[in-house]
Design a protein around this ligand. Structure first.
Ligand code: SF4
Length: 95
């Protein structure tokens, strides 16, 4: 086997590895949407408002892409599925 064949073989092996990794990166990005059940439970989070108290008018809410989209909460780390219509016992009126 000459040098050109060796280089070609090495390139194909490397390229094959890179192609194999791409779906794993895509899946891990897709799986990034997450909940934090422990914090939700400790703060008694619910997906519905408590009268006029809801995440969208709470100072801790991190809005999603639009007013109806799921967002985050500064008190519930790693959770990006907080409903703007949700509520928990840590609710604090947005200034
Ligand atoms: Fe919603 Fe509670 Fe977070 Fe406020 S503190 S945004 S009410 S989960």
């Amino acid at each position: 086997m000459n040098k050109v064949q060796n280089a070609r073989r090495h390139f194909l092996k490397t390229a094959g590895s890179v192609v194999a990794v791409i779906p794993l990166v895509a899946v891990s990005t897709w799986a990034a949407a997450a909940k934090n059940p422990a914090m939700r439970t400790s703060l008694k989070y619910q997906d519905k408002p408590n009268a006029d108290q809801k995440c969208s008018n709470c100072s801790q809410f991190v809005p999603g892409k639009n007013p109806k989209a799921l967002g985050g909460c500064q008190l519930i780390a790693g959770d990006d599925e907080i409903s703007p219509e949700g509520y928990c016992i840590a609710w604090m009126k947005k200034a």
